[in-house]
Design a protein around this ligand. Structure first.
Ligand code: SRM
Ligand code: SF4
Length: 532
C-alpha cells in the first residue's frame, strides 16, 4: 500500500522530510546511531525520525532521550514493569518515568548508545515503542478495568491489542501507517463511564446495543491542538466488535490517502471531515471496506459519571479486588517501578493497569491479601485515599522536559493542590488539569478547572501564567470546557483557585486543627531526584 500525497511544491517541511525518507527507515540505523552518538547524528533523524521508533530527542536535556512505549489498554505485566524499571535505573538521577494521559508509560534519561540493547530487552519482554510519536497512531486506550469490572459491557483488552497489532504489524513496524498526515488517536470504551475520554479521540468506540447485539457506536474527529479543539462527532455507524479492526484500518487508509497535508495546523482527521461532510466521509470509508456499514444504534450505553478507579473495588470475580493507587501527577522512579512489580506479584496476579488519570491499578487482589497490601510502605506515597484535589490532579510534562512548554507544570500543580487541600475542605474531588502550552496534552478542556500555560505580564515584567478553562464534563454527556479567563500570573493563581473552589465547587475553608491528615499529606510526591 502506498499513500497518495500532494506534489512536493505544496508540502510543508514535515511532509518533505517524510517523503525523502520514511521515519520507520530509522529502525535499521539504530546500531549506527549508537556508535556515532547523538551529537554526530543528522538533525532530522535525531529530532524527528527517531520518534517513529518512540525515541524523542529532548532539547531541554540534550543527549538524554525520552522513550514513549505502547501499552494497549494500559495493561502491563510485572515482568514488563521490571524491564522498564531496569532501563530507568541505569540512568541514576537522570532516570524517571511518567504514566501519561494516554494510559501509557514514557521513560526518561535514555542514552542513544543504549537503544539497541534496550530494544532487545523490549522485544524479549513483549514490549514495543514503535510508531508512538509524530505522524503515527498513538497508544490505543481502553477501559482500565476491562475484564474485571462487574458492570462492564465489552472487554476491550483484545480489541486494543488487535488494533495495535494491525497498525504496527505486531510491533515490527508497518509502513502502511507511518506516513499519516498527522498524529491520530483511537479509544475503545467497554464500560458505562467513558473511562477513555472517547470525545477527544480521532476514532472512539462506545458500547451500544443494536437489535439486542452488543457492539459499538463510532465517533470520529475529536482532537485538541493549539489552533482548534473539537469534540468527536457521531459517524452514524454501529459495528460488531469483530469489525472494529477492519473499520480502524479503513478509516486510517482514507485519512492517509486523502487527509490534508499542506498545513499541519489543519491536518487532523476533523479537518477532512469538515471539508467532505460526514456523508461523503462515511461513503469513502465504506468504499474502502467494500461493504455498507450499519447505521448507529439510537443510543449508547455511556450512562454513568466517570470513575477514577482509585481505592479498593470488588471485581466481577468473587473474592477478588482491584486496588487503584494514586500516582501524583504520574511520576515514577526506578525504585517505585520495581516495588510496583513486586506488589503486583505478591498480592495480585502479576499484572498492572494504567489509567488516563496517570494512575496505576493492581488487579486480582484476594480479599485476604488486602490488609497486608495496605501496609506496604509504597502506599504512603501512592495512596488509595489521597486528599480530594491531589486525587484528581492531572498534569502534562511541562518545562522540566518539554521544549514546547511555556511554564513548569508537574511540580507547580502538585504543590498548589497540596496547599489548597490543606486550606480547604472539598467534599468531592474537583478535577484540575494542568497543561504547559496550547497543545493540551494535559487535557485542560476535559477538566472541572483547566489551566493552560502561557506567558503574561505582571508589574511590567513577563511572567509565567495560565489561561483558565472551566466547564469540562466527563463520563456520560461529556463536554469540552472553554477558556473563561486569560493570562493569570501563576503567582496570583492560588487565591483565584481558592475562591473558585469555594464559589463553584462547594469547598469550605478549614477551621484550625481540621487540616488534611498526615497520611494523606504523605501521599503527595516530591518530584526530586532523591526519589530515584
Ligand atoms: Fe502530547 C506533542 C507529551 C498526550 C496533544 N506531547 C507532545 C510532545 C511529544 C512534544 C515534544 O516533542 O516535546 C510532548 C512530549 C513531552 C515529554 O517529554 O513528555 C507530549 N502528550 C504528551 C504526554 C506525555 C502528556 C502527559 O504528561 O501525559 C501524553 C503522551 C500520550 C501518549 O502516551 O502517547 C500526551 N498530547 C496528548 C494529548 C491527550 C490525549 O491524547 O488524550 C493531546 C491532545 C489530544 C489530541 O492529540 O488530539 C496531545 N501533543 C499534542 C499536540 C497537539 C496535536 C495537534 O494536533 O496539534 C502536540 C504537538 C504536535 O503534535 O505537533 C503534542
Ligand atoms: Fe509539552 Fe505542551 Fe504537551 Fe505539555 S502540553 S507536554 S508543555 S507539548
Amino acid at each position: 500500500m502506498t499513500s497518495t500525497v500532494p506534489a512536493a511544491a505544496s508540502l510543508n517541511k514535515f511532509e518533505k522530510f517524510k517523503a525523502e525518507k520514511d521515519g520507520l527507515a530509522i529502525k535499521a540505523e539504530l546500531e549506527h546511531f549508537a556508535q556515532i552518538g547523538w551529537e554526530a547524528m543528522d538533525e532530522t533523524d535525531r529530532d524527528h525520525r527517531l520518534k517513529w521508533v518512540g525515541v524523542f530527542f529532548r532539547p531541554v536535556t540534550p543527549g538524554k532521550f525520552m522513550v514513549r512505549m505502547r501499552m494497549p489498554n494500559g495493561v502491563v505485566t510485572s515482568g514488563q514493569m521490571r524491564v522498564l524499571a531496569g532501563v530507568v535505573q541505569r540512568y541514576g538521577e537522570d532516570g524517571s518515568a511518567d504514566v501519561t494521559t494516554r494510559q501509557n508509560i514514557q521513560l526518561r534519561g535514555i542514552r542513544i548508545e543504549d537503544i539497541p540493547d534496550i530494544f532487545n530487552q523490549f522485544e524479549e519482554a513483549g514490549l514495543t515503542s514503535v510508531q508512538s510519536g509524530m505522524d503515527n497512531v498513538r497508544n490505543i486506550t481502553g477501559s482500565p478495568v476491562a475484564g474485571i469490572d462487574a458492570d462492564e459491557l465489552i472487554d476491550t483488552r483484545g480489541l486494543c491489542r488487535k488494533v495495535q497489532d494491525m497498525i504496527t504489524n505486531n510491533g515490527e513496524g508497518n509502513p502502511s501507517f507511518t506516513n499519516l498526515p498527522r498524529k491520530f488517536n483511537i479509544a475503545i470504551a467497554g464500560c458505562r463511564d467513558n473511562s477513555v475520554h472517547a470525545e477527544i479521540n480521532d476514532i472512539a468506540f462506545v458500547p451500544a446495543y443494536k437489535n439486542d447485539t452488543l457492539g459499538f457506536n463510532v465517533l470520529v474527529g475529536g482532537f485538541f491542538s493549539a489552533k482548534r479543539c473539537a469534540a468527536a462527532v457521531p459517524m452514524n455507524v454501529w459495528v460488531d466488535p469483530r469489525d472494529v479492526v477492519a473499520l480502524c484500518e479503513a478509516i486510517l487508509i482514507v485519512y492517509r490517502n486523502h487527509g490534508l497535508r499542506a498545513n499541519r495546523q489543519k491536518a487532523r482527521l476533523m479537518w477532512l471531515i469538515d471539508e467532505w461532510g460526514m456523508d461523503r466521509f462515511r461513503q469513502e470509508v465504506e468504499q474502502q471496506l467494500g461493504y455498507a456499514l450499519q447505521t448507529a444504534a439510537p443510543k449508547d450505553e455511556i450512562v454513568w459519571d466517570k470513575r477514577d478507579h482509585v481505592g479498593i473495588h470488588a471485581q466481577k470475580q468473587p473474592g477478588l479486588n482491584y486496588v487503584g493507587l494514586h500516582v501524583p501527577v504520574g511520576r515514577l522512579y526506578a525504585a517505585d517501578m520495581f516495588d510496583l512489580a513486586r506488589i503486583a506479584e505478591v498480592y495480585g496476579s502479576g499484572e498492572l493497569r494504567l489509567t488516563v488519570e496517570q494512575n496505576i491499578i493492581i488487579p486480582n487482589v484476594p480479599d485476604s491479601r488486602l490488609a497486608p497490601l495496605l501496609n506496604e510502605p509504597l502506599l504512603n506515597r501512592f495512596s488509595i485515599n489521597p486528599t480530594p484535589l491531589v486525587r484528581s490532579l492531572v498534569s502534562c510534562t511541562g518545562a522540566q522536559f518539554c521544549n514546547f512548554a511555556l511554564i513548569e507544570t508537574k511540580n507547580r500543580a502538585l504543590a498548589m493542590a497540596r496547599e489548597l487541600d490543606q486550606e480547604l475542605y472539598c467534599s468531592r474531588p474537583v478535577r484540575i488539569h494542568w497543561t504547559g502550552c496550547p497543545n493540551s496534552c494535559g487535557q485542560p478542556q476535559v477538566a472541572d478547572i483547566g489551566l493552560m500555560g502561557t506567558k503574561t505580564r505582571k508589574d511590567g515584567k513577563a511572567v509565567d501564567g495560565v489561561d483558565l478553562y472551566m466547564g469540562g464534563k466527563v463520563g456520560k454527556e461529556a463536554e469540552l470546557g472553554e477558556c473563561v479567563r486569560k493570562g493569570i500570573p501563576c503567582d496570583d493563581l492560588k487565591p483565584i483557585l481558592r475562591e473558585l473552589l469555594i464559589q463553584n465547587f462547594g469547598a469550605t475553608s478549614r477551621t484550625e486543627g481540621a487540616i488534611a491528615s498526615p497520611a494523606n499529606l504523605a501521599s503527595s510526591l516530591q518530584i526530586t531526584s532523591d526519589n530515584a
